[in-house]
Design a binder for this molecule. Structure first.
Ligand code: 5GP
Ligand code: ZN
Length: 142
């Protein structure tokens, strides 16, 4: 795994590596994904290096949310997108490749050919069992 000093997104945030930056503030930057699902696919991230959502302070949440909304709106207005997805991969098993927390904002079109993942229905009684396990941790660890 790349060391924090080698992190490509830190380098982009410090303007040491070029990127198509579309938004920047003191604490947050957004730029186009180099390999977009659709043109205009953007990545939004705190400039400070956090590995994933669990490491990020909640104080960043409201600005991050505001920037995601602005970018989604801009994708609709500027690119005639008909919708947009927000996606955050947290940890390798979830497909995270760059270990600097980031959220994808993906412009969508009704017939763009992308499919959502398939659901796997619960077996009888299983949903409550799983919900109980989650409630136990949520109520204990807050
Ligand atoms: P992850 O799977 O970690 O959520 O996604 C990382 C994303 O970063 C990928 O969609 C990939 O195309 C994008 N990416 C990787 N390296 C670079 C880069 O150097 N510049 C830009 N603009 N995007 C990158
Ligand atoms: Zn980083």
């Amino acid at each position: 795994m790349a060391k924090k000093e080698d992190c490509i997104f830190c380098k982009i945030a410090r303007h040491e590596v070029p990127a198509s930056i579309i938004y920047e503030s003191e604490s947050i930057i957004a730029f186009l994904d180099i390999n977009p699902v659709n043109p205009g696919h953007a990545l939004v991230l705190p400039k400070q290096h956090f590995s994933n959502l669990l490491d990020m302070p909640e104080s960043l949440a409201s600005e991050l949310m505001a920037v995601m909304k602005k970018i989604g709106y801009a994708q609709l207005k500027a690119l005639n997108a008909e919708g947009f997805n927000l996606l955050m991969n947290n940890m390798s098993a979830a497909g995270q490749l760059i270990m600097h927390a980031h959220i994808h904002v993906i412009p969508r079109y009704a017939n763009d050919g992308l499919e959502h993942w398939k659901g796997k229905p619960y077996e009888e009684g299983k949903a409550e069992e799983v919900a109980e396990k989650l409630r136990n941790v949520l109520n204990k660890d807050g």
